[in-house]
Design a protein around this ligand. Structure first.
Ligand code: FBP
Length: 549
């Protein structure tokens, strides 16, 4: 692989570890735990891994010799997130620090590699080229769900063949839920295999009291904030466009909120607020038109609007429409095949209940078609494929015309559209993510050596210096509750949506009116890997505010 200058120099970066992990470790065992809700049900479903204690590492006086070398397997699961490669190098360095003969195997292309026995050994020479880089290309990732006993048994065969004592699953809330189910399964059959989870996702929605942030969120938001800042400079220079910028985050609006705190756009929509206030699409459009009309009065026919990717599913009326569309499409797939676009729209329209049919008809044709696209393997609409940013701008343009006719608006409106998502998922990790992921991986190795299973690697106190980060493990069952998924009650890790009583949201809400009716853009600039700590090591605003910093 030909390397860029930055790649060559950045490869030399040595991620910082918390003090507790810098030498031999001692395990501190806390009190027994309970799940966050539905204790009885979760306990029944996880009889062997429920109620485990929180554990924390401390510096030990002397290293305990690890006589027997052991082997570890890893899976990268779901969407890419910056720092995954450093989790891998952290695990590698961690197990090698215990015994040079320990080996690390990577299952290829996500859980499917585990089930289908596709793997490779990760050696020092191979890992070297991936240290401090973004991406998951070291072994690839995939979205196969690891959830059936047949898959667990198939995986167990290869684990036994390779003499693997522990499997590390690096994934989001669903993958870590599955890690807990797998840990329980292996414990129940005495398989002699431990399972450890690592919290990953740029969406930032795998977090709670014990997992302060998922890795990748910091880097992805900084990439998006850089380009939003650049667009804002362009916007303020030419003063002729409204930029509608959609930001990834399948469900929660953490990314949009973080970028708003970093860049101070004129508007940032927050899906969780839309749901809480039971706002309609019209309410949102009217609010945008109010801001645009007020700015026009000041002579400003330009601005920026951040739109979270998942917005459409949080608008109650759209949610109802999408849900009915899911059923209609599932039941009538054959009848819709081969129709022209117009025929398809007409046919679907005729099959919807009157309220949903009206809403469907009111949507721009492109959006109605996007809503009628094939569902993912779980029957869900693929929100990242719906151009919400253009839906909003088209509806705004129409409404502004009406307002102009009624003498309520006299500006000019021209829109530009952007979608930022994939470009942030494989960026080279920030110093924060590089250190955090390396520590999560190294810590996972120590959890394995302590014989634990059903734990998530946890590194906390993240707004303090790396030295003072707290390393340990949290029983995954502790983060679980029961939720209805695809018609059945299932034990799952609670997804963290934007908390409307939390400091990050309240901070943005307190500035909102001022930002809308002024031009107070902030320009964060590109991620810096070398230079003053206040520029290079600063964690996300969300994390700082959540910890009252
Ligand atoms: P994970 O939750 O698996 O980390 O993925 C997050 C995400 O980046 C979402 O923000 C986005 O909606 C989705 O992945 C896109 O998925 P895909 O890569 O399959 O297009």
């Amino acid at each position: 692989m030909k390397k860029s200058a930055l790649q060559r120099v950045r490869a030399e970066y040595q991620p910082k570890l918390p003090k507790a992990l810098q030498g031999p470790v001692k395990l501190n065992i806390g009190e027994a735990t309970e799940s966050v809700a539905d204790q009885e049900e979760i306990k029944k479903l996880f009889p062997h891994t429920y109620g485990l204690p929180i554990v924390q590492f401390e510096t030990a006086e002397a290293a305990e010799r690890v006589e027997e070398p052991f082997n570890v397997g890893i899976i990268l699961s779901g969407g890419q997130a910056p720092g995954g490669h450093n989790v891998v190098s952290g695990i590698f360095d961690g197990i090698k620090s215990l015994n040079k003969e320990c080996r690390l195997y990577g299952f290829l292309m996500g859980p499917s590699g585990f089930i289908n026995h596709q793997y490779m050994e990760l050696t020092a020479g191979y890992i070297k080229d991936f240290r401090n880089t973004g991406g998951f290309d070291i072994i690839g990732s995939g979205r196969t769900k690891l959830e059936t006993p047949e898959q667990f048994e198939s995986g167990l065969k290869i684990l036994k063949e390779l003499n693997i004592k522990a499997l590390v699953i690096i994934g989001g809330d669903d993958s870590n839920t599955n890690a807990a189910v797998l840990a329980e399964y292996y414990k129940n059959i005495n398989a002699g295999v431990q399972v450890i989870g690592v919290p990953k996702t740029i969406d930032g929605d795998l977090k709670n009291k014990w997992i302060e942030t998922s890795f990748g969120f910091d880097t992805a938001c900084k990439v998006y904030s850089e380009v939003i800042g650049n667009i804002q400079r362009d916007c303020n220079s030419a003063k002729k466009y409204y930029h509608f910028i959609k930001l990834m985050g399948r469900s929660a609006s953490h990314i949009a909120l973080e970028c708003a705190l970093e860049t101070q756009p004129n508007v940032c929509l927050i899906s969780e607020e839309v749901l809480a206030k039971r706002m309609t699409l019209d309410n949102i459009v009217n609010y945008l038109c109010y801001v645009i009309a007020e700015r026009a009065k000041l002579g400003w026919n330009f601005g920026t609007v951040l739109v979270p990717e998942g917005l459409i599913e949080f608008i109650p009326s759209m949610k109802d429409l999408i849900s009915e569309l899911n059923d209609v499409l599932a039941a009538n797939g054959a009848a819709l095949e081969g129709l022209t676009e117009d025929e398809k729209l007409e046919k679907i329209h005729s099959m919807l209940t009157p309220v949903n049919a009206d809403l469907y008809k009111s949507l721009p044709k492109t959006i109605a078609l996007q809503l009628s696209l094939d569902r993912d393997s779980h029957g869900n609409v693929q929100v990242s494929l719906i151009e919400t940013e253009s839906l909003l701008s088209q509806m705004v343009a129409k409404r502004l015309e009406e307002m102009a006719e009624q003498g309520q608006y006299s500006g000019k409106f021209a829109a530009q559209h952007h979608f930022f998502g994939y470009e942030g998922r494989c960026a080279d990790p920030t110093n924060f993510d590089a250190d955090y992921t390396y520590a999560l991986g190294y810590n996972a190795a120590m959890l394995i050596n302590s014989g634990l299973t059903g734990y998530m690697s946890s590194v906390r106190n993240l707004t303090d210096t790396t030295e003072n980060w707290i390393a340990g493990g949290i029983p995954i069952t502790m983060m679980m509750n029961m939720e209805r998924r695809h018609g059945h009650m299932k034990p799952v890790i609670q997804k963290a949506l934007v908390n409307l009583n939390g400091r990050p949201y309240l901070k943005y809400a307190s500035m909102r009116e001022t930002l809308a009716l002024n031009t107070l853009y902030q320009y964060p600039g590109p991620i810096q890997y070398f230079g003053p700590a206040e520029v290079c090591d600063r964690p996300s605003m969300t994390l700082l505010l959540e910890h009252d910093k």
